[in-house]
Design a binder for this molecule. Sequence first.
Ligand code: ZN
Length: 540
Amino acid sequence: MKYLLIVILSFCSVFAYSQDNLSYTKEDFLRGSITPEREWWDLNYYHLDIEVKPDLKFISGTNTIRYKVLKEHDLMQIDLQAPMQIEKVVSDGKELTFKSSGNVHLILLSKKQVKGDFNEITIHYSGNPKEAVRAPWDGGFSWKKDSKGSHFIATSCQSLGASVWWPNKDHMYDEVDSMAISVKVPKDLMNVSNGRLRSVDEDANTKTYHWYVDSPINNYGVNVNIGDYVHFGEKYKGENGDLDLDYYVLPENLEKAKEQFKQTGQMMDAFEHWFGPYPFYKDGFKLVEVPYLGMEHQSSVTYGNGYQNGYKGMDLSDSGWGLKFDFIIIHEAGHEWFANSITYKDIADMWIHEGFTAYSENLYLDYHFGKEASADYVIGTRKRIQNDKPIIGRYNLNKKGSNDMYYKGANILHTLRQLIEDDEKWRKILRNMNKTFYHQTVTTAQIENFLSMESGIDLTAFFEQYLRTSMIPTLEYKLEGKNLKYRYTNVVEDFDMPVEMTIGDKNQWIYPTSDWKTEKVNSSTLNVDRDFYIDSKIIK
Ligand SMILES: [Zn+2]
């Protein structure tokens, strides 16, 4: 048995490779790819059942994993990051053996795994989980106190992975279909997790909060938030009927929250209009105050923006419009459509979450303040684009691409809206995208093909340019008498995106490629439409 385990582990190391002068390790590959020890089983259900001891910064408990056998295999990869430790693994009342290599644990199953069967294992674990350094970006557990000295605790773990605090299949391609989360805390505190609160058990010193998520959920979306919370809520009349909006905040912020969280309904109005029904009616929607900025945790979006508009009070676009909404409410809730319902299979495709969600910020403005406001905002955010490297990261290694996935992503979609030239059609495409990929994990290729098909425009070169290079198309043009000459430079092969120009008082499409073209014009007043994310240069 031992021999087999060693063979598998060394087999995987073959896949370690180096790219762009960055070297990747066996651990990167085991963390970031669909290994043979992951692909044979399909996640069905988790019951994460833990106790959190704030004074000791310690957690312990179990995760029960129900899975469907897709093909015969006897080794199962489970991820749990040090210093957390697996104590034992149990299935059908029997303890199983396992071998650990760094954060990867290969469990040897004793029962024959028959294709189509549903089986369960329970992992017992404990430890002092990694403390968040700069939540939510460098996450883990945030062990904080509120102004009255009560514990105020939260988890965040995108990129790093949920295995930083609980054992699971830590790859995004396979979402669990439903999940129970039970969290025992000291009795003066409350735990808020994803989905709905089903029951609370109480003993002399503790309370256990039992939450249930009745939809597929991605690993990093699972969270615990522990504090001396007060609750208020409302019903939202949405496209799919009554939706419960629930809010959990510190008592000292109750009045401010009641005012600020009125934006939740306005957010739902805008996003249901543009993207279709909120994707988790069964689980409700929550905003939960936390001691860090915020995160898109599914059906329990976390909030720490200080009950003010903007991003910590700042307008990221400098257009003025960024102060018309609370960035964390709007942005993190936008992720319910793009991240939680439509989820990347591989973090290399994280732009699907952040590009569409950054774009949702200006569709919120579009809905409430009009098209000009929306354009001012998204164009205003261009100054944040670095063009340092491509938006798409490295596949199979848990490596994301450039942070340009946010505002370049938004500007790519704003440019695409111009190409479609029909806002109602564009809205239908976005709504249909949410229907087609509802509760699924997807790749960039799927999204690209979908947008090409739905728009009727071949977007191959468009996405190649904007997602896989860091070059920005440059439109060079010059006027020779009544002849406008123009071409693209800085473009990939076959890039031929049309652009609107104002020539005199007339709007007109031009069709540049990398070859010079000539067009007769009747005016020398030329302007390139600002809505297109390109550079333009007048050649003398
Ligand atoms: Zn985001």
